[in-house]
Design a protein around this ligand. Structure first.
Ligand code: PEP
Ligand code: MN
Length: 264
């Protein structure tokens, strides 16, 4: 079981994910960085709730070009400020190979989104990033496990062994949920690979009322972490409000999942 340290290159509290019997790592924050106040408020609140890593999108891969696309570079600066204020390492998405070094200057983990799982130039660029920052590689909307693992191999073969896999649901036919959370993949991947695996209960369900129970189920299935969308006022979120929870709900999830992790 490989363990990966997050946050060792910036001034923040580093956290280790993976390895044997490690506590689950909770990454939480807004889908998108919307403005300074929203991000700083959320960062402080998720820290108080017990999260160890701050998530937030500066570059957003939106389905429609008319939806909020993220603050871009300004969002990266706000994330770095939030890290300085809270000590939480930061994870954010990178969408193009040419942006990897710029995002790596501000982030502690590079996220590759579901739509880019087979963007081979992007995989290679994150594999070659000069700081060897960890890469969180989301499962593609319809990736088989072999395709996903081979995508991870692109990053590793390019020179960066620090890959975290993230199950975020796969596409199916029933619109009741945004995707279908494939929890079976967690124990299966533990047979197939040494890489840490986390679950995203937000994008996999698309429904905030399902996030607490699927978080508990993920940890019971031995996921090594969770990445959860949190917003101070989910109904007004510019992106993914329907699946975002409040900091108070996050605190309860962390309490419950910690107990489950200690039982198994
Ligand atoms: C995200 O985490 O903000 C995101 C866009 O997720 P996904 O790539 O899983 O849709
Ligand atoms: Mn989102």
């Amino acid at each position: 079981n490989t363990s990966i340290t997050i946050g060792s290159t910036n001034t923040c509290t580093p956290v280790t994910i993976g390895g044997i019997n490690a506590d689950p790592v909770i990454m939480a924050g807004p889908c998108a960085v919307e403005n300074r106040e929203q991000l700083i408020t959320t960062a402080q609140a998720v820290k108080r709730a017990g999260a160890q890593v701050l998530r937030g999108g500066a570059f957003k891969p939106r389905t429609s070009p008319y939806q909020f696309q993220g603050l871009g570079i300004e969002g990266l600066h706000l994330l770095a400020e939030a890290r300085n204020l809270t000590g939480l390492p930061v994870i954010t998405e990178v969408m193009e190979p040419g942006m990897v070094e710029i995002v790596a200057q501000h982030a502690d983990v590079l996220q590759i989104g579901t739509r880019n799982v087979q963007n081979f130039p992007l995989l290679l660029a994150t594999g070659r990033n000069s700081k060897k920052l960890p890469v969180l590689l989301k499962r593609g909307l319809s990736s088989t496990l072999d395709e996903w693992l081979l995508a991870a191999e692109y990053i590793i073969a390019a020179g960066n062994p620090n890959v975290i896999l993230c199950e975020r649901g796969i596409r199916s036919y029933d619109p009741q949920t945004r995707n279908v959370l494939d929890l079976t993949c967690v124990p299966l991947l533990q047979q197939l690979t040494h890489l840490p695996i986390v679950v995203d209960p937000s994008h996999s369900t698309g429904r905030r009322e399902l996030v607490p129970i699927m978080s508990r189920a993920s940890i019971a299935a031995q996921a090594q972490g969770l990445i959860i969308e949190v917003h101070p006022d989910p109904d007004t979120a510019l992106c993914d409000g329907k699946q975002s929870i409040t900091p108070e709900q996050l605190e309860k999830i962390i309490h419950e999942t910690t107990m489950i992790a200690h039982m198994i």
